[in-house]
Design a protein around this ligand. Sequence first.
Ligand code: NAD
Ligand code: DAU
Length: 353
Amino acid sequence: MTLLVTGGAGFIGSNFVNDWFAGHDEPVVNLDALTYAGNLHNLDALRNDARHRFVQGDIGDRALLDRLLAEHRPRAIVNFAAESHVDRSIHGPGEFMRTNVLGTFALLEAARAYWGGLDGDAKASFRFLHVSTDEVYGSLTPDAPAFTESHAYEPNSPYSASKAASDHLVRAWHHTYGLPVLTTNCSNNYGPYHFPEKLVPLMIVNALAGKPLPVYGDGMQVRDWLYVGDHCSAIRSVLASGRVGETYNVGGWNEKPNIEIVKTICALLDELRPDAGGPYARLISYVKDRPGHDRRYAIDARKIERELGWRPAETFESGIRKTVRWYLDHADWVANVQSGGYRDWVATNYAQR
Ligand code: NAD
Ligand code: DAU
């Protein structure tokens, strides 16, 4: 028994792989291209662990996929690999189409060929789990009900359009070829190993460095926040017991406007690492909005709760406190990612704001 995990050196994928071995001995082959977002330090705890095999490579590389599937004969593929940052997709959508659309296509085709050659129980129990996002559903008005699994796909950014395309491919490979797929659509995650280009870690590391905290537009855009460990437990539940061909929305019933997230982080830092210069909220700086910025996301998680008995373990209060503490305790990790490509990206994104 082996899992093939893709994108397992990124934020959620590395949390998933690390958490996996807390509860399982089943080996993981971890295929990751190590883009700017992939960081092998996220997997330091597994450095000498024979259950974990890291392979640097691209999900679009069909020959590599065929070789890995033939060699390791996984019972499931869990696909995290993606370009994941909306702002980057606005500045340069090409990579998003290449990895999220064509990469998923290559992975589906490799999985189909491999699965087609399996027999009996191995064929019946094989799963292709595709990790997707709530952003495929587009934006909600303030009073609209939260996204259910039957909400229309209305992606608004190059990122969400590329994820929507990948979800459609996954669905079609099940409908047409019978590939046993599962799809999860999760809300905004936060937690350890989150690359500091995204809201939560960016606010923590900027505040600690005494830099401005850039809030897009009026800061009243609403996201539905889930601690990353809870997303990982949801994926394990869907992998173990999800109904083939189904999609599951994953979220923590935790809608909050961005400005509230930023102020919560500032208050926690005031408590845990007070700054002689005054409260961290003095650094909040409203900047030009993201083009096409979705106003509100909210996940209706009743299906996964009802069918699989999944529930988040963390409240927002406990999860965000853990997260802020993690960043305070891992200044070395932050310093490491704040080199090279990351610094170039910060210059590109904020120069004209
Ligand atoms: P991330 O950007 O932190 O990590 C992505 C990983 O994929 C990196 O390790 C990167 O090196 C790897 N990768 C990129 N292109 C690749 C390629 N062509 N071949 C192999 N590996 C490649 O992303 P994340 O936040 O961990 O998100 C993981 C998945 O979860 C994505 O599919 C994303 O759409 C989805 N998701 C993310 C969130 C969130 O809040 N971060 C919420 C819901 C869903
Ligand atoms: O909803 C799930 C999605 O959540 C995932 O699919 C994406 O991969 C993930 O990146 C995330 O997308 P968002 O665009 O919501 O995340 P981000 O952290 O980039 O932004 C969160 C909100 O904060 C969003 O409304 C934009 C705003 N923001 C972000 C940054 C980086 C700011 O106000 N200032 C900033 O500097």
